[in-house]
Design a protein around this ligand. Sequence first.
Ligand code: T5A
Length: 210
Amino acid sequence: MRGRLITLEGGEGAGKSTVLATVRERLAARGLDVVVTREPGGTPLGEAVRALVLDPAYGPVCAESELLLMFAARAQLVRSVIEPALAAGRWVLSDRYSDASYAYQGGGRGQPAARIAELESWAAGVRPDLTLLLDLPVAQGLARAGSRAAADRIEAERDDFFERVRAAYRARAAAEPQRFRVIDAGAELGAVQAAVTAAIDAYLAAQDRR
Ligand code: T5A
């Protein structure tokens, strides 16, 4: 039986990396074979693209280049990691995936959604089965991210860019409620983890009933 692709999405500092371990443990406890990856990255080529696209030394980067670089990394990840894993019945958990391109390059940079959809169709070809959107106010996420490390090229954007990113994510979740679960990521960590656990358990229960 084919595996499932679960993606974690959200703005800067939303807590994706922090809750990823919770999701992985929940899936593994059910005996599922889980592959964890991230975007951009997840392959040697993808990690090199990540270093390029996030390095402030290359800025300013035009929106078209940024979009194509994200999909160059994604195409490689799908073909060498995601698709083989799903075909082998493994479950894939990805820290960001194609919704990030709709949010950042679409909402943030103004690239047309139809263009991104076309890239998604031929360069990626695999859509997530379940997406957890960790949603929180932009200022709260930036404060969390900022308390950690030096800003990368995208983290250095202005607040209005991140407001457009958040709006695009929320619009996608509203348009596809069967795929998205929106998590209040502004809550304290225990509450976020509980909400994530409940969402995963509900999804697994629904899979069992199929
Ligand atoms: N990008 C990516 C695009 O533009 N297009 C694309 O198609 C793709 C795939 C890299 C960048 O690339 C862009 C988006 C990004 O700008 P990334 O590495 O996933 O993507 O970038 P970030 O969002 O910057 O990752 P972060 O590590 O900042 O965010 P996380 O993983 O969401 O947050 P996390 O877990 O590291 O938590 C941040 C801090 O908050 C604390 C944590 O301990 C940590 O210190 N924290 C909490 N504190 C209090 N309460 C809670 N509930 C907390 N949860 C976490």
